[in-house]
Design a binder for this molecule. Structure first.
Ligand SMILES: [Fe+2]
Length: 496
């Protein structure tokens, strides 16, 4: 069920603002009426009374706004399709008793993944996700130089906040079973008949210096790494989506890969109807720019190209399967992020937590979103002053650089969801309260806008060894850590 965010909170904040405005007017006038015969001294205090009333209303508005935001944080994640049993539309509060749907082919899928992991173990193909701290001086220098050049070209650029990067290497170890970072396009190690088109695509994306299709800052990989999706085509004969061509370059020789491809086809078929339903909802929405620089039209437009996309015949999805091991007696939290750069052109994430040790507790997946045009009731330019006067978060709610809380979901086994790439999200507090390391496993399909970004893993031949690709991966990771799309973009690849 798609849990829709109907923006009531903004109406509440506005209504409160209007109420306070009326309260102030009425209080002031009734005082004046009572003081009609007052002496000059009383008249001199009029300004003072007005100020005090104003101050009282402002405070009350702030408190009210805060309480609305607190409520938002306790709700079950909105703007997310949740595969939940007994979904109750009336109950939007997260109760922690949510029961996720059991996927019918779960065991077959687990078996297929286990066969791949055994093959990787045997053939020295196990890949643990590298730690950003292992990046060498040379790569750092290269990316930093490029970043400085980019910043100089950006006259409007808001400063990236220098955040403390949390080093989670001792807490979580991530094994990449299938991972986009081991097969991205890069001209240095791939051959492609479409190389010219891909370069032209990067050029076009770089020229768009405004906002992406979700109203976020548009960010393009300047090192020209492109995460490549696999192609899932709908087979009329078998009534399901099937992988066409390659899934994952390092494993194409593995005899067990066919089984995994088939199971992933079943899983994506299971996701496909809700995916289309989610897309039908989000492609209608419009994103608003209420930006300081809106007088300058060049580059300040939303590239809203998602409405053309239809998933009935094919889905291009970047497939990721990871196993995370969380250290004994520790708590893992991720960082706020969206998936990929704008150039990776990801529209939706379909996520399935296929395994999650029951002794990993308290984990939450939190969401926020960028503002939309329907956030402000009516035309803001025609709003009465009274509606704005005591709406302390007016700028916050309407600024595209800021984001609105959408609630959260419990992370536990069988969590299955679809969410648009407007939703900035973060894993919060998965606790391992035992003395042993504990594991969880996830499958994600990052669904790509195949109308705007048509290139797939089938268009590319990898001509260098996996070691070369791994070296380049560090450069890609470092760039992603520096060239963030939101104020708090994760430097690492997503870990749900
Ligand atoms: Fe993510």
């Amino acid at each position: 069920m798609l849990n829709i965010d109907n923006n009531n909170y903004i109406s509440k904040i506005y209504s409160k603002s209007i109420d306070l405005h009326q309260f102030k007017d009425e209080s002031y006038h009734s005082r004046n009426k009572n003081n009609q015969d007052a002496d000059n001294q009383e008249e001199a205090n009029e300004d003072d009374i007005w100020e005090r009333l104003n101050y009282k209303c402002q405070n009350e508005a702030k408190q009210y706004c805060k309480s609305v935001y607190q409520d938002l944080k306790t709700q079950k994640a909105c703007d997310v399709f949740i595969f939940e049993q007994n979904f109750d539309l009336q109950n939007k509060i997260l109760t922690h008793n949510e029961k996720y749907i059991d996927y019918e082919r779960k065991q077959k899928l687990q078996k297929a993944i286990n066969a791949i992991m055994a093959y990787q173990d045997k053939n020295n193909l196990v890949d643990y996700h590298p730690n950003i701290n292992t990046i060498s001086g040379e790569i750092k220098e290269l990316v930093d130089k490029e970043m400085t050049a980019q910043q100089k070209n950006k006259w409007w650029g808001h400063k990236q906040k220098e955040e403390k990067q949390q080093n989670t290497a001792d807490i979580v170890k991530v094994r990449n079973i299938i991972h986009q970072s081991l097969q991205p396009y890069h001209k240095d190690y791939t051959n492609s008949p479409k190389q010219g088109e891909i370069q032209a695509y990067f050029k076009r994306m770089r020229q768009n210096n405004g906002y992406d299709q979700w109203g976020k800052d548009s960010k393009t990989s300047f090192s020209e790494f492109l995460w490549l999706p696999a192609v899932f085509e709908f087979s009329e004969k078998n009534q399901m989506y099937e992988v066409q061509g390659k899934l994952f370059h390092p494993l194409e020789q593995c005899p067990d890969l066919a089984e995994l491809k088939q199971e992933l086809g079943y899983l994506l078929t299971y996701f496909s109807k809700p995916l289309q339903e989610t897309h039908d909802h989000f492609k209608q929405l419009h994103y608003k720019l209420m930006h300081d620089y809106s007088d300058f039209d060049d580059g300040n437009s939303i590239q809203d190209v998602k409405s053309k996309v239809d998933f009935s015949q094919k889905i291009h999805a970047i497939v990721k399967i990871s196993e995370m091991e969380i250290a004994p007696n520790s708590t893992y939290s991720g960082q706020w992020h969206v998936e990929g750069f704008s150039s990776d052109n990801i529209l939706y994430t379909c996520l399935y937590v296929i395994e999650h040790d029951e002794n990993l507790v308290d984990g939450k997946l939190k969401f926020k979103r960028t503002p939309r045009s329907d956030d402000v009731p009516g035309d803001p330019y025609e709003q009465e002053q009274c509606a704005h006067q005591y709406c302390p978060n007016y700028e916050y709610l309407c600024d595209p650089d800021k984001v609105i809380p959408l609630g959260s979901l419990d992370i536990k086994e069988n969590l299955m969801i679809i969410f648009p790439n407007q939703n900035i999200h973060k894993v919060k507090g998965i606790k391992n309260v035992t003395d042993k390391p504990l594991k969880r496993k996830i499958i994600a399909f990052f669904v790509v806008n195949h109308e705007d970004q048509p290139f797939t893993v089938n268009d590319v031949e990898f001509i260098k060894s996996i070691e070369v690709i791994k070296d380049y991966r560090l450069r890609d990771m470092y760039e992603r850590s520096k060239n963030k799309q939101t104020e708090a973009q994760s430097f690492n690849y997503c870990e749900h």
